[in-house]
Design a protein around this ligand. Structure first.
Ligand code: R5P
Length: 339
């Protein structure tokens, strides 16, 4: 189920369309189309194709000289393909003399490697920031970065949006919150979870997880701080990748006496195998996410709700084009629910 634009922050624009050009890569074409529709603009014409060895090639099929360009492309699976495609597109617009090129990256891949945890590791979130500016992006926009500090990895303009107001509003309107608690699976996300708890006016529960030897898969819950017995948990996270975190937390919550009616909320549904299988467990009754990553035919047994960020991105583009504040988009919400 995809929530209509009514669930997003703004209605479709009235009045003449703003004079911007919006292009889509191959990662998030439906979202790009929805953003363009919100702004009353057609998607820009471009041709993308791959050479036999996998190199990508882009041709923009109209003049963009002097234009304000927005490329909508999440760097989701296959991450390397989509990232390279975005870089190639930025290069093409730069060389075609666009006045300004903004990369709208609803899901910023490689963000989970944003610091060294042991020696001799890369910091890929910074590497990608460098690549985007080297390719010629003037500005980058993203939604719910894995770590807000990534914004500081850019020496070009970077606007960090959040889908939490949209997701929180959905929960507030569609759930019985009388015996609900917000659960963070990770002590690193307490602040974000506290914003949800504050929005929904329900208690916060903090879990402490630890990754095992196999970094990507093994998750172990070490402690639960807060009352979960006879409560209906709402687990909040930024990303669901393999589903290991969610399923391990779910099991720990059930063992601690939580009701078998668990809601999962995460901005980015990466959903790499075996996430679909894991999230099908009957105790998880609802998964609420956004369209920063296309779900394709992943319905999770009919329990997924997708809230569109299209209107939020459209409003952001309009404000950027007109030189208006982006933080003002969230001012009322931040004042009501300070972190
Ligand atoms: C980790 O710090 C993130 O916030 C998510 O909890 C994590 O990426 C989810 O991964 P998985 O679904 O594979 O456990």
């Amino acid at each position: 189920m995809t929530e209509s634009a009514a669930a997003a922050r703004r209605p479709n624009r009235s009045g003449p369309p703003i004079d911007v050009d919006i292009y889509s890569g191959s990662a998030t074409p439906e979202l790009a189309q929805a953003v363009a529709s919100c702004l009353g603009r057609p998607l820009g014409r471009r041709e993308l194709h791959r050479f036999a060895d996998g190199e990508c090639h882009v041709q923009i099929q109209e003049s963009v000289r002097g234009r304000d360009i927005y490329i909508v492309q999440s760097t989701c699976y296959p991450v390397n393909e989509h990232l390279m495609e975005l870089l190639v597109m930025i290069d093409a617009f730069r060389r075609a003399s666009a006045a300004r090129v903004t990369a709208i990256i609803p899901y910023y891949g490689y963000a989970r490697q944003e610091k060294k945890t042991t020696g001799r590791e890369p910091i890929t979130a910074k590497l990608v920031a460098n690549l985007l500016s080297t390719a010629g992006a003037d500005r980058v926009v993203s939604v719910d970065l894995h770590s807000p500090a990534i914004q500081g990895f850019f020496d070009i303009g970077m606007d960090h949006l959040t889908a939490i107001p949209l997701l929180g509003e959905y929960l507030r309107q569609h759930m019985d919150l009388s015996d609900a608690v917000v659960v963070t699976p990770d002590t690193g996300r307490v602040k974000v979870a506290d914003v949800y708890a504050n929005m929904l006016n329900i208690p916060l529960v903090v879990m402490h997880k630890r990754r095992g030897g196999n970094h990507a898969q093994d998750v172990e819950v070490r402690a639960i701080v807060g009352e979960v017995a006879n409560k209906r948990p709402i687990i909040v996270d930024d990303i669901i990748s393999t589903g290991g975190t969610i399923v391990t937390c779910t099991q720990a919550l059930l063992e601690a006496g939580a009701k078998p009616d668990i809601t999962v909320v995460a901005t980015h549904a990466v959903l790499t195998p075996p996430a679909e299988e894991r999230l099908c467990m009957p105790e998880i009754t609802r998964v609420v996410t956004t369209d920063t990553i296309p779900l394709g035919n992943k319905t999770l047994g009919g329990k997924v709700v997708v809230i569109s960020v299209a209107s939020l991105l459209a409003e952001t583009i309009e404000r950027l084009h007109e030189g208006r504040s982006i933080s003002a988009l969230f001012r009322d919400w931040r004042e009501s629910y300070p972190v």
